[in-house]
Design a protein around this ligand. Structure first.
Ligand code: AMP
Length: 289
């Protein structure tokens, strides 16, 4: 695995791989890697022959400076994990390499109105800006993102179409711990009591699944049950429990087409998110979480 810090080195290495006829896959991350990140590389390797990963803790997407300052880091461990997952090129720029005298930002309207967009001002603008820059630096054929951050990936699909990036955006499944907690770099911050209580997020989503499979379609009814189960874990606060249409992430009152039910809540000072896609293809519903 090559580890590079400069944009021009990325371009050289990726250019060489492309001249050998390889298709390029790209997985952007903020590091402190876990199985969720590595699963994205494996997904990418199904249809590409050269795997690029970036690790960059992107200050401009943090609406909370304390969250940025405490974001977990362990680059040596990350390099070992990435190497074992088959990453060919690791890009670890510093802030000076990524942001010199930036005056340009990328935003995606309306798709960011609800869910995390409503609770983290400026967050998605920071994400879309860094992802656009990384797309232009790496110029991959495909880029894989996790369903875990559903609003992020749906908005990036739209951004990619709107800005004519010739890149296929792939959504990969949520990887969970054995007890159901969605893997996240921030889980490291949870003490054992908070981690135990946080299992109520996944339980609340599974409760919604059972209601939907039993025929319930009314969002206020489903939402009330999610809240009840979530509250069993006594979260410090709840940012949202929302149902949105998959296509445009607008709020819905009935689950009557491809939809997303998403939850965000704090356990201690750690903000956790989780979601489930409800699909009606092939006779559905089918709940994917
Ligand atoms: P992050 O390092 O948190 O910015 O995440 C980098 C990528 O990994 C994003 O596309 C996330 O959606 C994805 N990701 C994070 N956690 C998981 C998970 N538990 N399962 C699958 N993908 C994940």
């Amino acid at each position: 695995m090559d580890i590079v810090k400069n944009i021009h080195e990325v371009r050289e290495k990726v250019g060489a791989a492309r001249r050998q006829g390889k298709r390029i896959g790209f997985v952007p991350t903020m590091g402190y890697l876990h199985e969720g990140h590595l699963s994205l590389v494996r997904e990418s390797a199904k249809s590409t022959q050269y795997q690029v990963m970036s690790i960059f803790v992107n200050r401009i997407q943090f609406n909370d400076p304390k969250d940025f300052a405490s974001y977990p880091k362990d680059l040596e461990r990350d390099f070992d994990l990435a190497r074992s997952a088959g990453v060919d090129l690791m890009f670890v720029p510093d802030e000076g390499e990524m942001y010199r005298d930036n005056l340009t930002y990328v935003d995606v309207k309306t798709l960011t109105d609800n869910l995390c967009g409503a609770h983290r001002p400026g967050h998605f603008r920071g994400v879309f800006t860094v992802v656009s820059k990384l797309f232009n630096i790496v110029q991959p054929d495909i880029s894989v993102f996790g369903q875990k951050d559903i609003q992020q990936v749906v908005s990036i699909q739209k951004m990619t179409r709107d800005l004519d990036f010739p890149i296929e955006i792939v959504i990969a499944p949520i990887i969970r711990e054995n007890d159901g907690l969605a893997m996240s770099s921030r889980n490291k911050h949870l003490n054992s009591d908070q981690r135990n209580r946080a299992l109520s997020i996944n339980r609340s989503i599974r409760k919604a699944e059972s209601m939907i499979m039993a025929g319930e379609r009314r969002v206020p009814v489903i939402r009330a049950e999610i809240e009840k189960v979530l509250m069993e874990g006594s979260p410090e606060s709840v940012d949202y429990i929302s149902a949105v249409r998959f296509s445009d992430l607008s709020l819905c009152e009935t689950i009557d087409g491809r939809s997303v039910i998403a939850v965000a809540a704090f356990f201690g000072s750690t903000r956790l998110i989780d979601n489930m896609i409800i699909d009606f293809a092939n006779g559905g519903p089918r709940c994917v979480y």
